[in-house]
Ligand binder design. Structure first.
Ligand code: XIL
Length: 448
């Protein structure tokens, strides 16, 4: 059937009336928006994690452990899985302290980021004195042994840490590992993939936050090259150690987005921001919002719990004070996580009803939220009042419907999908790529 001009006009009128009804219903149905009261729960609303660095020797401190267990759902060993800790003598491995952290995390239902397999710092003495192929082989053996030992327990490994130079060169940092040959980084990633095929493999560095810095560009080109040649890399970690000399850049979102667009996840891996009060809180909020705005930014880790736990304790750079009280920075991160990207993140699984067909005839379409992922969400619509329905689903830019089920779908435009029965009953579903926009689709329903 072809639509006449007259019937098109009528549909448009119905849609606009219904859009107003739908908007009112959404607001009324979501009073609990932004209700999560811990960092982890707030981050989980958008499929992200919120982690912290943990020191094994603090696991007996009840204040520390209380905050850890309550607030965080991802853990990084601050020092205990580094090369000097895990292989103090060549080919003698030591996992006791790493295990303490991994076991605590797993017993509490938390995931673990592995840190770090290859780095020019915190190498054991025996390795510092090595060079050439002996060092290359020792590094690869280390990666193989450690990643194999922890196989299945690590969400993401920092395979290589801090391999780029500061300053304007945009090139590699000189180190004993670099002197084994420029391909040492890709060799490290290949060894890690072979040892633990299910862990995400990250390159991790600092001073890579500002998009216009040469170091950022250098790392970007390496990741681009690795992706084009099939070197196994899944993610880029941004350490994010900030202070007044190295403030949060205003283009942080751009940096994260550009890396993500290469086809890797991005993560904030060691966040701390020196300062206090509202200025510190605002910078924390900016970093959190930059991550939330990038669908492939999968989570944020702060580098310690209380200020006194920090490697830079005098700069009071963390979210809890020395006594374990929440700071202003904590509140700003929590509220940023709760309000999502556009302030419209639906955080509850409430159901809203939109009734259309103002002329009568009994057609009601009810929307309910389905599963959510970093980059997409599912929605479900149940129609009542008629078996002969026509439901129009309108998403808002940059959202796109990428799949439908239990309906016969046609598209009026990129944003507007018309659903009709296909014999599967009166409930149908669809998947929306949200592009950072979590707002609900609006619905209209008429008798067909
Ligand atoms: C730091 C730890 O916090 C300190 O306890 C340790 O003395 C030195 O290392 N970049 C990294 C982290 O990747 O491993 C570092 O952690 C901080 C900088």
């Amino acid at each position: 059937m072809t639509l006449t001009a007259k019937s098109v006009a009528r549909v448009a009128l119905v849609s606009s009336l219904v859009a107003a009804t739908a908007a009112a219903a959404v607001i009324a149905a979501s009073p609990a928006m932004g209700a999560a009261s811990t960092l982890a729960a707030a981050a989980q609303q958008s499929g992200r994690y919120f982690g912290t660095a943990v020191a094994a020797n603090k696991l007996g401190d009840s204040t520390y452990v209380g905050i850890l267990n309550r607030e965080f759902d991802m853990v990084t060993a601050e020092n205990e899985m580094k090369m000097d800790a895990t292989e103090p003598n060549q080919n003698q491995f030591s996992f006791g302290n790493g295990d303490r952290i991994v076991n605590h995390a797993r017993n509490q239902g938390k995931r673990v980021r592995g840190h770090a397999l290859a780095w020019h710092q915190q190498q054991p003495g025996w390795m510092q004195n090595m060079s050439g192929s002996a060092l290359r082989n020792a590094m690869l053996n280390h990666i193989t042994q450690v990643a194999t030992y922890y196989r299945g327990k690590i969400y993401a490994w920092d395979v290589v840490n801090e391999a780029y130079a500061d300053g304007s060169s945009g090139g590699r940092r000189d180190s004993n590992l670099q002197r084994t040959g420029n391909d040492w980084i890709e060799a490290a990633f290949r060894a890690a993939r072979a040892a633990d095929p299910n862990a995400k493999l990250c390159y991790n560095d600092y001073n890579t936050d500002n998009w216009s810095h040469a170091k950022t560009q250098g790392v970007y080109r390496m990741v681009q090259d690795f992706k084009s040649r099939g070197v196994p890399i899944d993610c880029v970690g941004f350490q994010a150690h900030f202070n007044s000399g190295n403030p949060v850049p205003s283009n942080y979102h751009t940096t994260l987005q550009n890396f993500a667009s290469l086809g890797v996840d991005v993560q904030i891996t060691e966040l701390d921001i020196e300062g206090s009060g509202s200025s510190q809180a605002q910078q924390y909020q900016g970093v959190t919002q930059a991550c939330l705005a990038v669908s492939r930014c999968t989570g944020i880790t702060v580098w310690g719990i209380r200020d006194s736990d920090s490697w830079r304790a005098s700069g009071t750079p963390l979210l809890f004070d020395n006594s374990g009280n929440k700071k202003a920075a904590y509140n700003s991160v929590l509220s940023a996580l709760n309000s999502g990207t556009g302030g419209t993140d639906p955080t509850t699984t409430t159901t809203t009803t939109t009734t259309s067909n103002p002329g009568g005839g009994g057609c009601t379409a009810t929307y309910s939220e389905g599963q959510k992922w970093n980059d997409r969400f599912n929605g479900q619509v149940t129609v009542s009042g008629t078996d002969n329905w026509v439901v129009t689903v309108t998403v808002s830019s940059p959202q796109r419907i990428i799949a439908t089920w239990n309906t016969s779908a046609t598209w009026e435009s990129a944003d507007v999908m018309t659903a009709r029965p296909n014999g599967s009953g009166n409930t149908f579903g669809f998947t929306v790529m949200h592009g950072g926009n979590w707002s609900w689709p609006s619905l209209s329903c008429r008798v067909g």
